[in-house]
Write a protein that binds this ligand. Structure first.
Ligand SMILES: [Zn+2]
Length: 596
């Protein structure tokens, strides 16, 4: 009876051509062999299972082969090749530095280096995980590495190139092995399956390849395991069951819940997943990865970033069409938050359920990551419908525009964009302002179609828009007020915004004039001042409305270049600015103990 060999050994490549996923690198090695231009030492770098040791063995076999092909491949038939394949060749010495990392181990190796080959031309020394050598061992090795006998070739292999000291790096020819792509793995697995007479579904091989995470050896081991337990018929179901992989179907169903705002259904699906024995953090991370894949699948130029078979890519691309980039950004962010908070949460199930509930709220104002556009409205949550199905995300932009004037909708504090300093108050009475805010309700897109993420900044971000919004929605206040009260409110605004230097100076130089009923005028000297006041108008008005209990207070700004220029900075403020601009001044003031 033929002895059973695991696939990882049975299908270990025996020629450069059969090495999976390292075409360019093996071509270079083949050329070196074919032209007999060999270096003394090579360094093979790359993560585990990508073929470093396999390539080193093929290389050793090829340079000793007495009958190698013109392309530099070993014949696998000559006496030397057969000895190599049987593992009996004396011309190859392997040292695993992970377990033999001391000076003595290296001394033994160095002793062996002195022995010339009995058959063939070269002796090849493979030192695996060379970064594990102790400092003393490294030093003992350096001399030999620098001037080895002519019949010796060193092949050092490492998974952690950055740990290799420069003196070693500079003595080696360096080859960087790539991670093996999912596609290459699937092809190889399919080949092995055919050779072994195992039936398979490509989707199942995709699951195995993903699980192997770039390591061909792992992929073949997993393949053996699944093939054995599924009776030589690898189906998608048998693969995910065996490998404890969460079926993408769950994520797809959850996505439908998120898009339709079905919180309760999403919780039920989460329960199913828990019942199957999946860890909640594993689930959240899987969900995050799913959103990430949807994100890159949404554009044909980034589709290649999805590590999956073509069929899976296409299905993701189809689903991505349903999601706006804003939704995906926020979804990834929420999953990330949940992952970060997971360890410290005392009720992990609740944390995940809360995250799912948030994901079902496409218009959530949970603001810090909400890039979902500006001027959007939050759906009212009524007692009759505790779980309000939200509008599909794709329709948000248009529905937000149509709802922005509705009294039933509570306007959400708009996000301020860096390039649009004006507070985008949806409830502004100023015709110019509402025009501007209406324009801003459209998602801002750059040329690549991905919306810019807005950043909160500017004075309006410090204030709560909901106060005046609620006031507008409830009942407008219209108290009468005196000129002194208006001046006091104006001064209060100035004193509570010490950092908004230009604005404060402008306001200090231009107190309200021509006060008639609820309207007054502000005179400024130039266009710049007019713009800064306009830009902050909504915020100023909001404060004035509250201070004066009158929601109809309004002002207009006009330029009067002939206005009496007034001193706009207090001396202390002037000094502060000067100190900020020349730090040496602060030093001088301290040194001389000066006082204003
Ligand atoms: Zn041969």
């Amino acid at each position: 009876m033929e002895k059973y060999l695991v696939s990882a050994r049975k299908y270990r490549p025996s020629t450069f051509a059969t090495v999976v996923g390292q075409k360019a690198l093996t071509a270079t090695l083949r050329n070196a062999v074919a032209t007999d231009r060999l270096a003394n030492s090579y360094l093979f770098c790359g993560s585990r299972g990508v073929g470093k040791t396999s390539c080193a063995r093929i290389f050793a076999k090829a340079i000793n082969c007495s009958n190698r092909t013109p392309e530099g491949e070993p014949c696998n038939e000559c006496e030397s090749c057969r000895a190599f394949n049987a593992g009996t060749s004396m011309n190859i010495v392997e040292l695993d530095a992970a377990s033999n990392n001391g000076v003595d181990d290296i001394r033994k190796l160095v002793e062996q280096v002195q022995v010339p080959p009995s058959m063939g031309r070269y002796r090849v020394f493979i030192v695996d995980e060379v970064h594990m050598l102790s400092a003393a061992a490294f030093n003992a090795f350096l001399k030999t590495l620098e001037e080895p006998p002519s019949y010796v070739v060193f092949i050092l292999a490492t998974t952690e190139k950055h740990k290799i000291i420069p003196t070693i790096l500079s003595r080696c020819q360096i080859y960087d092995f790539h991670r093996i792509t999912i596609r290459d793995m699937i092809d190889q697995l399919a080949y092995v399956a055919k050779q072994e007479g195992v039936a398979y579904e490509t989707e199942a091989l995709n699951v195995i390849a993903r699980k192997a995470d770039g390591a061909m050896r792992d992929a073949l081991s997993i393949f053996d395991q699944v093939a054995a337990s599924s009776g030589m018929n690898i189906t998608y179901e048998s693969a995910i069951e065996n490998l404890n992989v969460l079926d993408n179907g769950y994520y797809n169903r959850l996505l439908d819940c998120f898009l339709s705002g079905d919180v309760l259904q999403s919780w039920l699906i989460y329960k199913e997943i828990r019942d199957k024995g999946f860890d909640s953090q594993f689930f959240i991370n899987g969900l995050a990865a799913y959103f990430r894949d949807l994100m890159v699948a949404s554009d044909s130029s980034t589709l290649q970033l999805v590590e999956a078979s073509d069929a899976v890519r296409q299905s993701l691309a189809q689903r991505a069409l349903k999601c706006t980039p804003q939704f995906l950004y926020r979804a990834m962010s929420l999953c990330n938050d949940a992952d970060l908070n997971y360890r410290v949460s005392s009720n992990k199930q609740f944390l995940v359920e809360l995250t799912l509930a948030k994901l079902c709220q496409p218009l959530s104002p949970s603001a810090e990551n909400d890039s979902a556009g500006e001027g959007q409205s939050l759906q009212p949550i009524t007692a009759a419908a505790p779980v309000q199905p939200a509008a599909p995300v794709a329709n948000q932009a248009s529905s937000a525009v149509s709802r922005s004037g509705s009294a039933s909708a509570v306007p959400v504090q708009p996000l301020q964009s860096t390039s649009v300093p004006a507070p985008a108050a949806v409830h502004s009475v100023d015709a110019g302002m509402s025009g501007a805010s209406a324009r801003r309700t459209e998602p801002q897109r750059n040329i690549s179609g991905i919306p810019r993420i807005s950043i909160r900044c500017g004075p309006a971000a410090e204030t709560s828009g909901t106060t005046s919004a609620a006031a507008t929605a409830a009942q407008s206040r219209s108290e009468r007020f005196s000129h002194e009260a208006l001046n006091t409110a104006w001064t209060t605004y100035i004193s509570t915004h010490p950092k908004a230097q230009i604005l404060v100076n402008t306001m200090r130089a231009s107190y309200p004039i021509e006060i008639r009923e609820n309207n007054f005028t502000v005179e400024v000297q130039n266009q710049k001042q007019l713009e800064i006041l306009d830009a902050n108008k909504a915020d100023i008005l909001e404060k004035l409305h509250n201070a004066l209990s009158n929601d109809f207070v309004n002002f207009n700004v006009r330029i009067n270049a002939n206005r009496d220029p007034r001193h706009t900075l207090r001396e202390s403020e002037l000094l502060e600015i000067m100190k900020r601009e020349s730090p040496a001044l602060t030093h001088l003031i301290q040194e001389l103990n000066l006082r204003l």
